[in-house]
Design a protein around this ligand. Structure first.
Ligand code: ADP
Ligand code: ZN
Ligand code: ZN
Length: 737
């Protein structure tokens, strides 16, 4: 770079870059490299993202870059371009976007290359020495012998330390003699995958694989829509394997790695390459190594959760998103990106295909198919020939209900127990009971800091708030009337577990909810127990619904399907349909047929009748029609301005002011291209002690909305009132509260 001034992105909440000059010795620095720069009284790590010959900052005020941390860019130019696009699209500071994209270890001055595990291998001198070494040199002979046996790749340190009593001095001695060599190896941190042939693909799978195979060197977005159990994983694997065979890399996003061990296991068996998994269970160093291995092209396939969308690839060849409808792809605070939407853009920029897979794709993706933007690949049948599960609706208004369960549910569970088959009971709430109520005066336990009820948890005997995490002891007497007439009302997973334990003596139950799943390893072990058949009934929240493949499950009971039916959230029906299909899809995946019992107060609801008939396309069509009429996404773009404060009136005042400023900006424009809705308190107005308000901005035309938001945010950033509240903008919001 010949220029003397660089633009540096710093991890600060400012939508701008900072100019610095370069000293002569730093002139070689390139875009995408980290630098240390002075800012006020401190030094910070930032990234060079542009350059110029002169700066708008006057020369005497312009400070110099104090150190260059990366001699080659840590973020390759293609990825940097993508991050700039993302910052622009979401109107988020580029410095914070880059911060989100880098592994934590690289936020400091740490070098781009992580400290890697060490390997030792035998030199030819070492091989000769092994022949001539005296029999007394036991330790040395052992190490040399082991290395000879290991061959060219040598062995990692761990494999040698237990061979001898004093490994450090033995290894040093052998190195001093030039008998062994030491080198660093990232592959010890990667999973190496053999190439084991999977099942022979059926006709629809082959058609899908052929379709993808024909598009491997250009941007084509595929929507792989396959019913639960149709063998989508096999298609991801085949597509990834052929990309790897061509010397390129694939990036696979999954909602939650611990919940999809089968996908990782299947890739590990069948890929024939190296695999890096990026998930929350990794230490900072492990994450850094996986990131680096991807960037250097050492990992052929990277499997990761949401934030892995930012993983650099040396030779990008394919992007995949499993369960593309899953809401966990949306980051809900800070930099509020949607990983599925971003990955499509990334594939577009890289000129490679992207596969979005789901049994129940998002309406956004379905609409993209209808408009011809995405190419649809359909798998209508289950791969192993199993029938789709049979649904039956149970009317909660007509049947007797004890502890949340109707007699047919208990009878069906009992039948599976007798037959030695497994069942899943899906409850949408964790804890024991969602409400504690006084039957004398109707007092209810509520959170002091949020506008919600407290949930009673029995194992810990605490009342907990599921929104802010506050907890306290349950009162003995009603704090309002003093009577001992407090009762838990409604059912959470714990209560269902207790009830089943009593109703079905000897039943082996596993409860799966976020209270119960401490870490990824524990969860994986639990899921393995289900597969081994040492569990009869799995009780849980959404966690039981994710893509598990449990062949012995023949019954799924959904205890209360109604929570999403009449909600303020326009996506509620879509989410409910997806969730129920997902959990129902766990039933009857192998040779025995599956049954799904759905308890509801509204058996006549049209969404249910479509669910029962497995009529997803009917559901999509009707729902899209409604969205069009109601002017909701995907026909209209949304952006949500949120504000919160400890002072009750401040948030609404701020969003009201923001609305006035916005109207002034729009006043000049003839058309109604961008609309501002009314400023309102958020549906849950108080959360964690803060009052909240919001303002929805909508537009049919993305570019107009985008331009408006850019100008409007500049206005808002200049408002003094804005400093007394916390505010943020969410482009394409998923949660509307
Ligand atoms: P999905 O992700 O579509 O729900 P999976 O990929 O988990 O489905 O596949 C469901 C089951 O079917 C798995 O056990 C898988 O090994 C098996 N399977 C996939 N394809 C085939 C095939 N062509 N023949 C036989 N079994 C298959
Ligand atoms: Zn009372
Ligand atoms: Zn709370």
């Amino acid at each position: 770079m010949r220029n003397r001034v660089v633009q540096v992105a710093l991890p600060l909440p400012a939508r701008r870059t900072f100019d610095y000059q370069l000293r002569r010795e730093h002139r070689a620095v390139r875009e995408g490299s980290r630098v240390r720069v002075p800012l006020q009284q401190r030094e910070m790590t930032g990234m060079v993202i542009g350059s110029a010959t002169i700066s708008r900052v006057p020369q005497r005020k312009l400070k110099s870059v104090s150190a260059v941390l990366d001699t080659e860019p840590s973020i390759p130019s293609g990825l940097l371009k993508f991050l700039k696009w993302a910052a622009d699209y979401y109107h988020h500071p580029i410095g914070e976007v880059i911060r989100a994209a880098l592994p934590t270890a690289m936020r400091s001055t740490r070098s781009m290359q992580p400290r890697l595990p060490t390997r030792y291998s035998l030199t030819s001198a070492g091989r000769a020495a092994l022949r001539s070494l005296s029999k007394q040199a036991i330790a040395q002979r052992r190490v040399l012998g082991a290395l000879e046996e290991a061959g060219d790749g040598g062995l990692p340190l761990d494999a040698l330390t237990h061979l001898v009593a004093r490994p450090a001095s033995t290894l040093k001695l052998l190195r001093d003699h030039g008998w062994i060599e030491m080198y660093q190896n990232a592959e010890d941190f990667l999973l190496t995958a053999a190439k084991k042939a999977g099942p022979a693909l059926n006709q629809s799978q082959r058609r899908a694989v052929r379709g993808i195979g024909a598009a491997l060197s250009r941007y084509v977005p595929f929507l792989l829509q396959g019913v639960t159990g149709s063998g989508k994983t096999e298609i991801y694997l085949k597509a990834a394997a052929s990309v790897v065979a061509n010397g390129r890399q694939a990036l696979v996003l999954v909602p939650e790695i611990a919940l999809t061990p089968q996908l990782l296991a299947r890739f590990q068996e069948g890929l024939g390459g190296t695999l890096a998994a990026i998930h929350s269970g990794l230490t900072d160093r492990e994450r850094h190594i996986a990131w680096w291995a991807a960037r250097q092209g050492l990992a052929d396939v990277v499997v990761g959760t949401r934030s892995a969308v930012f993983t650099p690839l040396a030779r990008p060849g394919l992007y995949i998103v499993d369960e593309e409808h899953d809401a966990s792809y949306k980051q809900q605070d800070g930099f509020r990106y949607h990983a599925r939407d971003l990955i499509v853009k990334r594939a577009h920029q890289d000129g490679v295909p992207v596969i979005l897979g789901s049994a129940t794709p998002s309406l956004e993706s379905m609409e993209n198919v209808r408009r011809g933007r995405y190419r649809q690949l359909l798998l209508k049948q289950r791969a192993r020939g199993a029938a789709m599960p049979k649904f039956q609706l149970l009317d909660l208004g007509r049947l007797p209900v004890t502890s949340g369960m109707t007699p047919p549910v208990l009878a069906a569970l009992r039948l599976r127990l007798d037959r030695g088959e497994q069942s899943i009971v899906y409850v949408n709430r964790r804890g024991f009971a969602p409400v504690v109520l006084c039957s004398t005066c109707r007092w209810q336990a509520r959170c002091d800091r949020c506008d919600v009820h407290l949930t009673l948890h029995r194992r810990s005997e605490r009342l907990r708030c599921h929104h802010c995490g506050a907890s306290r002891d349950p009162p003995e007497q009603c704090p309002n009337c003093g009577q001992s007439t407090l009762h838990p009302v409604g059912e959470g997973t714990q209560r269902i577990e207790d009830t089943l334990q009593k109703a079905l003596p000897g039943v082996r139950i596993l409860r799966l909810d976020s209270d119960n799943t401490g870490n990824a390893a524990g969860l994986a072990a639990d899921l393995a127990r289900v597969r081994q058949g040492t569990i009869d009934v799995l009780v849980g929240t959404q966690l039981v619904a994710k893509g598990h493949d449990f062949p012995a499950v023949t019954l799924v009971c959904i205890l209360n399907a109604d929570s999403g039916l009449y909600s303020v959230d326009f996506r509620a029906a879509e989410r409910l349909y997806q969730q129920l299909t997902q959990v129902a899809g766990r039933a009857g995946r192998a040779d025995r047929p599956g049954q799904v019992l759905v308890q509801t107060r509204y058996p006549e609801n049209v969404s249910f009748s479509r669910l029962v008939r497995h009529d997803f396309s009917g559901f999509v069509k009707a729902e899209l029609d409604q969205r069009r009429l109601a002017r909701c996404p995907p026909f209209v773009r949304f952006a949500l301005l949120r504000a919160e404060s400890l002072r009750p009136a401040a948030p609404l005042e701020f969003v009201s002011l923001a609305a006035r400023v916005g109207h002034r900006r729009l006043a000049g424009q003839a058309s109604q291209a961008v609309r501002l809705m009314d400023p309102v308190p958020s549906p849950m107005e108080r959360r964690a002690g803060r009052y909240r308000a919001q303002l929805l901005v909508t537009s049919r035309a993305h570019t107009l909305l985008h331009r408006f938001l850019g100008d409007w945010l500049c206005d808002l950033e200049g408002l003094k009132r804005g400093r007394s509240v916390r505010w943020s903008l969410d482009v394409d919001p998923i949660e509307m509260y």
